[in-house]
Design a protein. Sequence first.
Length: 722
Amino acid sequence: MSILFDQNTKSFHLSNSRVSYIFRLAGGMYPMHVHWGRRVRAVNDELLTRRTIWTEETFSLNETSLDFLPMECPTFAGDLREGMIHVIHENGMSALLLEYESHQVISGKPELAGLPSARGEDAQSLLLTLRDKVSGVAVELCYTVYEDVDVIARSARIINDGKTPVTVDKALSACVDFEGCDYNLTTLSGAWVRERQLYTRPLVPGDQGTSSTRGASSVQTSPFMMLTSKDATEQTGEAFGFALCYSGGFEASVHVDQHFISRAQIGIQPFNFSWRLLPGESFQTPEAYLCYSCEGIGGMSRNFHALVHRHITTGKYAHSTRPILINNWEATYFDFNEEKLLKLARVARRAGIDLFVLDDGWFGHRDAANSSLGDWYDDKNKLPGGLAGLSEKIHKLGLMFGLWIEPEMISVDSDLYRQHPEWCIHVPGYPRIEYRDQLVLDLSRDEVRDYVVDAIIAALRRGRVDYVKWDMNRFINMWGSTNLPASRQQELGHRYILGVYDMMRRITGAFPNVLFESCAGGGGRFDLGMMCFMPQAWCTDDTDAWMRCRIQHSTSLVFPPSTMGAHVSAVPNHQTGRTAPLATRAAVAMSGTYGYELDLTKLPRKEIEEIRVLNKRLREIQTVLLYGTYYRLLSPYEGNEAAWMSVTKDKREAVVTHVYAQAVPNMKDKLLRLTGLDPTLTYRDDVTGKTYGGDELMYYGIILHKPWGDYMSQQWHLVAID
Ligand code: GLA
């Protein structure tokens, strides 16, 4: 891994042993993109100048417009395409002509003020300072290169070194101007219980991409996009992934210009955003990850997974197995009391479950979704001994105890709202539009965050909790804070997220031994920002096994199984009405952080025994499933089947899962070719006891029995025996 600056050609070359990222200061001043892709030793003079035109001698802004050139940090000054950074000066005019001032190469990487970001052990960073000489505004671009993952981390800091305030109107994190537009663009879009569905289309001239204006990364979209070469498959071709470490509104876009340059950018959503910078102040953008693979889409995902495991997730559980949990939500919804919970817990214990999670409805007088958010004290009608009493009984049963919270919200029917109606986000004079019967707290206010942090810490202490599910069940539909001056109202979206991060830092910091899982009405904030605080996130409220195959497949483009909360639920399924066998529901959920979400007390003994056996089996394979190298084999977006596998680093152990959706009459057995194994090893399948050569499994295949009934699955646990 290295970051080199060539004084003669004025070019920067960031590389590790597989990837190069090269840009050059055209005319000695303007950083312009040259190459991001497979590692090259160097790019010669002629090739450097071909894309970036000017040498120091030939430079003239009037001769060739910046509008035709591949910019590293475009602003609206000469370049008429959508820029990365836009600044409005005190006089209301806007221009920013950024020129090279200095650079510095450091080991590691700087932390980003107020924002989560990847760690930078064993990394190197380039800090490149550009300045607009007229206003004094500077932009510091930060590029980090890692040896162990093929990811370049990028962010920008905008510094007002001028004499008057400026307003930052747009502040994206990264821009790459690709040569040509011969790529497919993939983004993830969906809805509640249908999150992160895969959509791929060819790039065309004009604008395309994905974004969220909801104040959260959202269930509808995801802060990720991928460009792939036209020949790319899971195993071959080039893939360029962009992911943002941010949980608020975002934009990920590609603009194909008149000369077919494809400008790919990612960062904070510019709509409803601006930030006022007084002289001496700076604004930090979130971090974006640019991930390259010449080993297809699978190669890109494996790099993202390694980034998450090695540089993003932290804490006691980040690299260990996770407890098997039972969550009472789909078992009871709001209709529970202590006796009912304990009955469920006792069966859970018998079934070999480790952790009992009490979901929504334990506080205030919350018997439905329309009250009590903000009143984080125990509902003694449901829990006569409070959280403390229940927790003690659960612990006595030999189970860990977990708790659901939704700290960012307030119900109109709550003591908190009666005391502080001004604490919610609202625009005076307009109706306070409730979604899911609730409003959002104004987390830009210190006193609001302090109240929530204290109340939540007290509840978690009272309950002696071992696990927390941090939920967030609605998006923000009107932006207004009575605490901010008019000139700063557009800062609220970002200030809200900074407030969330501040609370997460304080609350997770107070409980280093507790496992935290994030959640947002299902998978509405499944993003890298959340992963920096909590190693797992509830993937979706959809627990239907086949829908899960789809959602987990596309989520795995960026996120490893260790981050995906996945539960076995009742049949018929509460979201689709479908009935899948227990073995399939379990096989699918096992490729995530595993648990149950159904009324075990209603299951026949035989099924509880089956669950006990499944749990025992999971314990044997969980490390491979959560942390193994992950390969998608068959896409549920392309047909009637899904298959995937995880392999240990030494290739001596693997778990393979295959699911059929519908049974089709007159089917035959088929073969599934595996990948990622060692062809010279012999593997025994723990399930059947049969042995196979690694070569045989990869180049010939393993038998898929024709399904008898819908949603049938097979799972193999392969262990090398020589
Ligand atoms: C959200 C979550 C569910 C459950 C409910 C409780 O929808 O995604 O898992 O916790 O809230 O209200």
